[in-house]
Each structure stands twice: as structure tokens, then as C-alpha cells.
Design a protein around this ligand. Structure first.
Ligand code: NDP
Length: 492
């Protein structure tokens, strides 16, 4: 079939704005020992709406003394919390999950306002998955002996958990739910640009009566995270973010006896074979790279297309791009919202310029008038990309796709594995045997087959190589939060 893309205009929609108003405190304090407290640092920073550049609120910036108070509160709460029966800890987790569901509309709006992601994604992906993680790990809390038969699994202690800005509430759930299920206490640091939903979660923790100190939430920038990781009473560090900071934490924690898990960047390969259902694969390409404006660690940012179908895939992708709506994230029609921050937009724009200057061909669809204020980037892709190009090697973390080709399965595997990262991959083919054959040869922690960016609390997630180590989700997600002891009580 020939699609004449030049004859297709933009798709017209009437606006469908989410107009529910939510109350936001002008000054948002730290959550320590079950209470909202002003920072001892007396320092505050503001959070803005990236789709309007308007200030939303002030957020407390935790200094070293605040971190010390939070960690000591977690340490104090630990003995009682860790000795509670698993079934009792489970009840708290179930209550948190239910309360997230009950307040999901408010949380979704806040997530969208603070981070810029489309409301349909916060509403239909982030919120249900955040609740699901608490439900799922509530189920494990009283079954740890079945999760780890033959050994005794005991909590690690006080956990420092540092999360990024791309899935703020969901990452908080990924970190807190397994830690609490295993009987640990936590100090969580959200990213500077997206602290508001974590602080709403703190309200929920108060509502469900979680004992004071079991979860503490300290807001602030990189320095706050640094103090937290350094604290001597922290026994476990869980980090999601850039590979650069991950490497820093690895050096910082080396020799300290602190357990560490790192969920870092990626440059994941999405491989389309000629025998795939092409229309379905094009949808997978779109959700692989344009979901959440491409601010996704496992984004399918390197597309490998079997050479014989390149023209068809490029044509269909160009056509599909015309139907993507970029704009107000609170509009339920919006597919791509605002870029999370000015700094991130500048990074993405730099990569796009670099792609062009290194010789790749930019395909951009510009059918939507973008709002006057805010940080915006139209979805785009590059063809004529060489593996040596910067855009084919480095994580862009934006709606920018690099399209490359291959001729044989062997070449597809070699090209996909030619990356310092190893987080995720996608395979599109109608041959089941080919899926298994290819999947087992890819260096990636998560591999989707004839789908992309599908998540479930029961499924472990994590990477190899510079994408980090440790798993979150599933039974495997419990492991970083326990120490094992043998029958004679010796640590294994
Ligand atoms: P960072 O890795 O800097 O941020 C992740 C978290 O770590 C944030 O909470 C951040 O705080 C905190 N942090 C920063 N420095 C330190 C430190 N020295 N010690 C402890 N914690 C620290 O990512 P950025 O926000 O700077 O994004 C940069 C790039 O990283 C992106 O362009 C993208 O490529 C990649 N990235 C990857 C993510 C992933 O999921 N794999 C997620 C986010 C980013 P704060 O934000 O307050 O500075």
C-alpha cells in the first residue's frame, strides 16, 4: 500500500482538558518521623510547571542536619517495624495501595502539572502501576519464607532511596513497596523537579497510620542525595537515574558495606524483522520511543529495521507521527506533553543538532502549533544513522529515534549488543522460534516480544553493563532488601 503522507493533514480534535482543581501548599516541608517539618537548612527551592513555566510551589531543601534527623528517625523505627508480623506490614501496604487508588485523580493531575507528562499516561500508567506495586508487595510481606526457601531472610536496615523525575510516584512505589514488605525503613529522596507527588504520598502514609519514621521523604537536589548516601547509618542504597551519578555512587559506597542497586540509563534496541506485523510494529516503535516524551530509561531509542522493509517502515512511521498530539499535558488528547525541564530540553536539542551535523537525516513532523510558553520538542527520528554517530550511542532521554538497518539476524544481534548499555530490547517477528533464538543472545535485562514498554509489578526490571545491576519488581525485587542467614544463624 502506498501512503501519500503529503496529502494527510493534522488530525483535528476538540480540547478535552482535565479541569479538576487540586489544592497545593505554597510551601512543602520535609516528611520526617511521621510529620511535615520545616528544613533546618532554612533553604527552599521552587518547582515549576514545565508546560507553562509558572511556579507551582516552594519545596524544602534538606541539608546535612535534616538528612541526619531523617536517617535517625528511620533507624529508631526499624526494630519495631522489622519485628512486626509480615501480615501486619501487609495491611499497611494494602492500605497505601487503596488510598493511592482513591486519590488517583488528584495524584495524576499533580504528576502531570509538576513533570509535564500527558494526563492520559499519569492516569492510565503511572497511577495504576504505583498502586499495583503496593498491592503486589503486600502479598509478599507474609510469605518471605516461601520467596526464599531454606534460608532466613531478614531486613537489611535503613534504606536510602533516590529516584528520578521521569516516573516520580511510580519510582517511589518501586522503591518503597518491596523495602517495606521486607521490614526495612526508608529515607526517600525524589528528584528536584518532581517532588510533589512523593509529598502527597507522605500524606497518604499519615492517613493509613504508618508508624512514624518508617518512611521519611527528604526533598532537595543532588547534594541532598549525596548526604543521604554518605550517612553512616544507611545500610542500603537504591538509585535510579543517570549512569554518571550511578558510577559516582558506586565509588562512594565501595568498601562501606552498604548494599547497592543501580537502575541506570539505556540505549535500547527495537528490532523489526521483515516478517513482523508492520502496522503493529510501528505502534510499538511509537510507544517505545515517544511514550513519556522519551524520558524513559528503557526507551527503544535505537530502531533496527530489516533492510528490505526500511522504506515501508519509515513511510508508515512518518504517517503515524502526524497523528501524535504535542501540547497541553492536561488535555486528555495529548500524546506528548512538555519536556521535564529547560536543562533537559537543551540537552535534547543539542543531540538533534549533533545528529544533523554528523550527517544523519532528520524527519520531523510539525503539524501542531506548540504553546507559547513551556518546554516542547516535537517527536522526530533520524535515518542514515551510523553506529558511530553520537545519537546512536548516547542516551538522549527525549523523543528522538535513531533508525538503522540490518540484513541478517546475526547482524541485528551484533548491532543491538554494540552498546555500553544493556537495559531493554524489543523484537518484532511472527516466528516464535526466532524470538527465543534472538532474545537469548541479546545483552538486555528486559526483552519485549511483539510489544514494548509493558510493565507489571510481578515482572523483574533492571539491566546489565552500564545500565546497572539489581532488579526491581517481582520476587527478584525483594532480594536487595534482605540479608540471608542459614539455619545456624550465620549470615550468608
Ligand atoms: P540524575 O542521575 O542526576 O538524577 C537522578 C536522581 O539522583 C535525582 O534525584 C537527583 O537529584 C539525584 N542525584 C543527583 N546527583 C546526586 C549525587 N551526587 N548523589 C546522590 N544523588 C544525586 O539525572 P538528571 O536528572 O541529572 O538527568 C540527567 C540525565 O540522566 C538525563 O538526561 C538522562 O539521560 C539520565 N536519566 C536517566 C534516568 C533513568 O531512569 N535511567 C532517569 C533520569 C535521568 P536532583 O534531581 O534533585 O538533582
Amino acid at each position: 500500500m502506498t501512503i501519500k503522507t503529503d496529502q494527510i493533514g493534522g488530525w483535528e480534535y476538540s480540547p478535552a482538558l482535565e479541569t479538576t482543581q487540586i489544592a497545593i501548599e505554597p510551601k512543602n516541608k520535609l516528611f520526617i518521623n511521621g510529620k511535615f517539618v520545616s528544613p533546618k537548612s532554612r533553604s527552599w527551592f521552587s518547582t515549576t510547571n514545565p508546560s507553562t513555566q509558572e511556579k507551582i510551589a516552594d519545596i524544602a531543601s534538606a541539608g546535612r542536619a535534616d538528612i541526619n534527623t531523617a536517617v535517625l528517625a528511620a533507624k529508631k523505627a526499624l526494630p519495631k517495624w522489622s519485628k512486626l508480623a509480615g501480615s501486619v506490614r501487609a495491611k499497611y501496604l494494602y492500605r497505601i495501595a487503596r488510598r493511592i487508588q482513591e486519590r488517583s485523580r488528584e495524584l495524576a493531575i499533580l504528576e502531570t502539572m509538576d513533570g509535564g507528562k500527558p494526563i492520559k499516561e499519569s492516569r492510565d500508567v503511572d497511577l495504576p502501576l504505583a498502586a499495583q506495586h503496593f498491592f503486589y508487595y503486600a502479598g509478599w510481606a507474609d510469605k518471605l519464607e516461601y520467596a526464599f526457601p531454606g534460608v532466613e531472610a531478614k531486613p537489611v536496615g535503613v534504606c536510602a532511596q533516590i529516584i528520578p523525575w521521569n516516573f516520580p510516584l511510580l519510582m517511589a512505589a518501586w522503591k518503597l513497596a518491596p523495602a517495606l514488605a521486607c521490614g526495612n525503613t526508608c529515607v526517600l529522596k525524589p528528584a528536584e523537579t518532581t517532588s510533589l507527588t512523593a509529598l502527597r504520598l507522605a500524606e497518604i502514609l499519615q492517613e493509613v497510620g504508618l508508624p512514624p519514621g518508617v518512611v521519611n521523604i527528604v526533598t532537595g537536589a543532588g547534594d541532598t542525595g549525596h548526604h543521604l548516601v554518605q550517612h553512616k547509618s544507611v545500610q542500603k542504597v537504591a538509585f535510579t537515574g543517570s549512569t554518571e551519578v550511578g558510577k559516582l555512587l558506586l565509588r562512594q559506597t565501595a568498601g562501606s558495606g552498604k548494599k547497592l542497586t543501580l537502575e541506570l540509563g539505556g540505549k535500547s534496541a527495537n528490532i523489526i524483522f521483515a516478517d513482523a506485523a508492520i502496522d503493529q510494529a510501528v505502534e510499538g516503535i511509537v510507544s517505545g520511543i515517544y511514550f513519556n516524551q522519551g524520558h524513559v530509561c528503557c526507551a527503544g531509542s535505537r530502531l533496527f529495521v530489516e533492510e528490505s522493509i526500511l522504506d515501508e517502515v519509515v513511510q508508515k512511521l512518518s504517517y503515524r507521527l502526524k497523528s501524535l498530539r504535542v501540547g497541553d499535558p492536561l488535555d486528555k488528547n495529548t500524546d506528548l506533553g512538555a519536556i521535564n525541564s529547560k536543562a533537559q530540553l537543551e540537552t535534547i536539542e543539542r543531540y538533534i543538532r549533533q545528529g544533523t551535523s554528523e550527517g544523519a537525516q532528520l524527519h520531523e513532523v510539525d503539524t501542531n502549533p506548540l504553546p507559547a510558553n513551556g518546554y516542547w520538542c516535537n517527536p522526530c527520528f533520524f535515518t542514515d544513522v551510523q553506529p558511530s554517530h553520537t545519537i546512536a550511542r548516547e542516551e538522549i532521554f527525549g523523543p528522538v529515534l535513531s533508525v538503522m538497518t540490518f540484513r541478517t539476524p546475526k547482524e541485528a544481534i551484533a548491532r543491538a549488543n554494540n552498546s555500553p548499555y544493556g537495559l531493554a530490547a524489543g523484537i518484532w517477528t511472527d516466528k516464535g522460534s526466532k524470538i527465543f533464538e534472538i532474545a537469548k543472545q541479546l545483552d538486555a535485562g528486559v526483552i519485549w516480544c511483539n510489544s514494548y514498554n509493558k510493565f507489571d509489578a510481578a515482572s523483574p526490571f533492571g539491566g546489565f553493563k552500564e545500565s546497572g545491576f539489581g532488579r526491581e519488581g517481582g520476587l527478584q525485587g525483594l532480594r536487595p532488601y534482605v540479608n540471608f542467614f542459614n539455619k545456624s544463624g550465620r549470615k550468608m
